[in-house]
Design a protein. Structure first.
Length: 357
């Protein structure tokens, strides 16, 4: 699926002139204005507030390959999802933030400090890598305690803090069991606990839901939401788009190393008014129900998917949903289910980077 340049996309939809609506695209640079920020901290309305993450016209090249291309953004407070297909630049972004890579051009600042000038910002950062490096013979408590000791805590302080964060991530009852006996979800939570042991202000989570079963994912999502509610700045990348949507509405979308869009998910969705939406209805008589719908303005087309399934096409999802109850009741048709397959992040990404829904 061929992608479109972000400037072309937003220009074509008339969005470049509407920056105060909750999102921006990549041609706009950080200028200290509150509208340029992503995050849940209301203090960001003040230009004097230093964001946890500030990236200014940052690029990274691997020889002739572009990993990140002229990206600018500021993030502070709450949970922000870093989204994009494989090769979008998510891993490069995190490596730049963690000092594992140095920008080819531009700058990265954590709490106002360039980490290549001073490592001090990393005392306030917790990081969970996608790869796993733990010692199976250690207990969860021992592992987290050891990391706490490396942060300068006494033995008693480290043990107490380890108990606290392991309880926070839901591992209090198994903290003295060997890590080698943990499930995938439990191992992921140990990694999160070790990243939280020194009470960081910025937490970077690279694919924390990868490989986890549904129960573990639900538990980890709850932990991440709690961190955001505490005022921490949390960055999370994931390919599990539906679950990112359940964690946060603040998103950054990368594609081919470029910043495609950022801000509030629903603000982006609401403004992409040229994007068609589908409503899938399973009912007893699709044709009778379709006759009632095509008389209403929000609906511009219907498709019969089967003897029980009707697909309604609209460019105004809210308006279409507002007439749904009345139309269904007046038609007398029994409806079993109603779904919105385009009202999610996967559909949004597909539209932004590919142009097809």
């Amino acid at each position: 699926m061929a992608g479109r340049d972000s400037t072309e996309l937003f220009a074509s939809t008339g969005l470049l002139d509407r920056l105060d609506t909750g999102f921006q695209c990549s041609q706009h640079r950080y200028s200290g204005k509150s509208s340029q920020f992503v995050g849940g901290d209301s203090r960001m309305n003040s230009p004097s507030k230093t964001p946890a993450v500030l990236i200014d016209q940052c690029s990274k090249w691997y020889g002739q390959v572009i990993g990140l291309n002229d990206v600018s953004l500021a993030i502070d407070g709450g949970v922000t999802g870093i989204l994009g297909p494989n090769g979008a630049g998510k891993s490069t972004l995190f490596k730049l933030l963690m000092g594992r890579l140095k920008p080819s051009s531009g700058s990265v600042r954590l709490f106002g400090i360039d980490p290549w000038d001073s490592t001090a910002p990393y005392r306030r950062v917790g990081y969970v890598a996608e790869t796993e490096r733990m010692y199976d013979w250690m207990t969860g408590h021992d592992f987290v305690t050891t990391l706490a000791r490396l942060h300068g805590m006494t033995r008693d302080e480290a043990s107490s803090r380890a108990e606290h964060v392991l309880d926070f991530v839901g591992l209090a009852d198994v903290q003295h069991k060997e890590i080698g006996k943990y499930s995938k979800g439990m191992r992921q939570r140990v990694k999160i606990a070790h990243a939280l042991v020194h009470d960081p202000d910025l937490i970077i989570l690279d694919e924390p839901l990868h490989g986890c079963d549904p129960i573990a994912r639900t538990s980890i999502m709850s932990v991440i939401r709690d961190l955001g509610a505490q005022g921490k700045t949390v960055l999370i990348s994931s390919h599990i788009l539906e679950e990112i949507e359940r964690i946060t509405e603040q998103i950054v979308i990368l594609h081919n190393g470029r910043l495609l869009a950022l801000g509030n998910l629903h603000a982006i969705r609401d403004l992409l008014d040229k994007h068609p939406h589908r409503i899938l209805i399973r009912c007893d008589d699709p044709r009778a129900l379709a006759e009632s719908f095509i008389e209403n303005d929000p609906v511009y087309g219907v498709i019969f998917r089967s003897d029980e399934h009707l697909e309604i096409m609209t460019n105004d999802l809210s308006a279409a949903h507002s007439i749904l109850p009345r139309v269904i009741v007046n038609s007398g048709v029994k409806v079993h289910t109603i779904e919105n397959p385009d009202d999610n992040l996967e559909a949004l990404l597909g539209y932004l980077v590919g142009g097809d829904s």
